[in-house]
Design a protein around this ligand. Structure first.
Ligand code: IMP
Ligand code: MG
Length: 194
C-alpha cells in the first residue's frame, strides 16, 4: 500500500544501487595512486549511502578504506537564504592528517552545511586531499545571493543524482525525522511534516 506521505518516487532502489556502484568505480579510478582512503560521512543523513558505498568500494577493488563520521546540524533552512542557517559540527574524526579524504553527504541543498563542514576540516586538519561525494544535488528554483555564493563554493567531485527543488526523503534522508528507512528517494507531501 502506498504511503500517503509520499508524493512521488524520484529515484528507485535499483537506480541507487547501480549509481552507487558506478560512483565507487569512479572513486577507485581517481585514487589509483592512494594507498588508503578515508571516508568521512556526515551524520545523520549519509549513514545508508555510506554503508552501501563501503561495500561497493570493496567490490570495485579500491585501496583499503577507513570510515569515520562527523555530525552536522543545520538550523533555519526553511528561509531560502536570508539569514543563512547556522551549522553546528561535532565528532570531528582524528587521524586524517596527510590522508586522502572523501566527505560523504546525503544532499547538497543550499550548500551551507558542506561549506561549513569543509571549512571546519580544512582549518583543523592538513589533509593530502579532500573531495566531496554527495548522493543528491538539489536544483534550486530560486537562490538568494548568499545561497548562490555557498553553492558556488561547494563543487562536489562525485554526484549521484540531481533532484528537483522539493523536499525529498528516503535512503537516509528524513522528512521531519521520518522516512529515513525508505529504500528509494521520494518527494514528500510537505503538509505532513510542517
Ligand atoms: P544545505 O541546505 O545544503 O546546507 O543542506 C542542509 C542539510 O539539510 C543537508 O545536509 C540535509 O541533511 C538536509 N536537507 C536538505 N534538503 C533536504 C531534503 O530535501 N530532504 C532531507 N534533508 C534535506
Ligand atoms: Mg545532512
Amino acid at each position: 500500500m502506498k504511503d500517503p506521505r509520499i508524493a512521488e518516487v524520484l529515484i528507485s532502489a535499483a537506480q541507487i544501487r547501480q549509481r552507487v556502484r558506478s560512483l565507487a568505480a569512479e572513486i577507485r579510478r581517481d585514487h589509483a595512486d592512494s594507498t588508503e582512503l578515508h571516508l568521512v560521512g556526515v551524520l545523520n543523513g549519509a549513514f545508508m549511502f555510506m554503508a552501501d558505498l563501503a561495500r561497493a568500494l570493496r567490490r570495485a577493488g579500491a585501496p583499503p578504506v577507513h570510515y569515520a563520521f562527523l555530525r552536522a546540524r543545520t538550523y533555519g533552512t526553511t528561509l531560502k537564504g536570508s539569514p543563512l542557517p547556522q551549522v553546528e559540527i561535532d565528532y570531528v574524526p582524528r587521524g586524517l592528517e596527510a590522508r586522502d579524504v572523501i566527505l560523504v553527504e546525503d544532499i547538497l541543498d543550499q550548500g551551507v552545511t558542506l561549506q561549513a563542514v569543509c571549512a571546519h576540516l580544512r582549518e583543523r586538519v592538513p589533509m593530502r586531499s579532500l573531495k566531496l561525494c554527495v548522493l543528491l544535488v538539489k536544483d534550486l528554483d530560486r537562490m538568494s545571493p548568499a545561497v548562490k555564493a555557498a553553492r558556488r563554493a561547494v563543487r562536489p567531485e562525485y554526484v549521484g543524482f540531481h533532484v528537483p527543488d522539493r523536499w525529498v526523503a528516503g535512503y537516509g534522508l528524513d522528512a521531519g525525522g521520518e522516512l529515513r528507512d525508505l529504500p528509494c528517494v521520494a518527494a514528500v507531501h510537505e503538509k505532513y511534516f510542517t
